[in-house]
Design a protein around this ligand. Structure first.
Ligand code: ZN
Ligand code: FE
Length: 255
């Protein structure tokens, strides 16, 4: 039986997510940007909260943990590498773990870069990955703690998931990301089409998330650091993709 996913805006530009295992009725919140918004989403569905799965320690991902735990007595699962910075953790998790949500399994994949302990939760049988601040539609997280090499490896692991895998990113940054992507990769026809679609969606106030692996492989400049055309365009033909990725990330930071 499949999972049901609910997505709702939180704070300025975060998304909150609820995942419900249809067979058992167990519910997990992926991150807790805002306890009030999570509770409102639960109330709309008539669901209760059994688990919190945190992707990383930043307050816009974990600040609702304690209030939700007080109300629901839910079990909080967080990455081992930064569990000491995440409120209320009951269980530490790490790369390769398989977490049961009723009859559904989430695979934990370590994606260091944005933070050193960052993990994503991959529901393989449903083709859904909750990617926190590692990858965004047409973008990626800032390198606050990790190296370009770590982040490149983390993004490559996401890019290697099956093409139709849906990527549930933690922020709606897509319009700004599209502007940067077009500036650095203007000849990319897939990107041009995607940017037009994004403009239409945002004009209607609609989310551009989730995205999927195929769309990001085709148009996300941070996944295209190995592309000869993009490398030539930024004056780095034949360079190591890690160096190209680092340069693209640096340009985005200044954009
Ligand atoms: Zn973050
Ligand atoms: Fe964030």
């Amino acid at each position: 039986m499949p999972i049901e996913i609910r997505q709702f805006p939180c704070l300025a530009d975060n998304y909150g997510y609820l995942v419900r295992d249809a067979a058992s009725g167990l519910v997990a919140a992926i991150d807790t940007p805002d306890a009030g918004a999570v509770n409102a989403a639960l109330a709309r569905e008539g669901w209760r909260l059994d688990f919190i799965f945190n992707t990383h320690w930043h307050p816009d991902h974990a600040s609702g943990n304690l209030a939700l735990k007080r109300k629901w007595h839910c079990r909080i699962i967080a990455p081992e590498g930064e569990a000491d910075k995440i409120p209320g953790v009951d269980q530490k998790t790490q790369d390769g773990d398989r977490l049961a949500l009723g009859e559904t399994t989430a695979r934990v994949i370590a994606t260091p870069g944005h933070t050193l302990g960052h993990v994503i939760y991959y529901f393989e049988s449903d083709g859904a990955a909750f990617v926190g601040d590692t990858i965004f539609a047409l973008g990626c997280g800032r390198l606050f703690e990790g190296t370009p090499e770590q982040m490149w490896r983390s993004l490559s692991a996401i890019a290697a998931l099956p093409a139709q895998t849906k990527l549930y990113c933690a922020h709606e940054y897509t319009e700004a990301n599209a502007r940067f992507a077009l500036a650095i990769d203007p000849a990319n026809a897939a990107l041009q089409a995607r940017a037009a679609e994004i403009g239409r969606l945002r004009a209607q106030g609609a989310p551009t998330v989730p995205t999927d692996v195929a769309a990001e492989r085709a148009a996300n400049p941070f996944l295209r650091a190995g592309d000869p055309g993009l490398q030539a365009r930024i004056g780095m033909a034949g360079a190591d993709p890690v160096a190209v990725f680092a340069e693209i990330r640096k340009r985005k930071d200044r954009f």
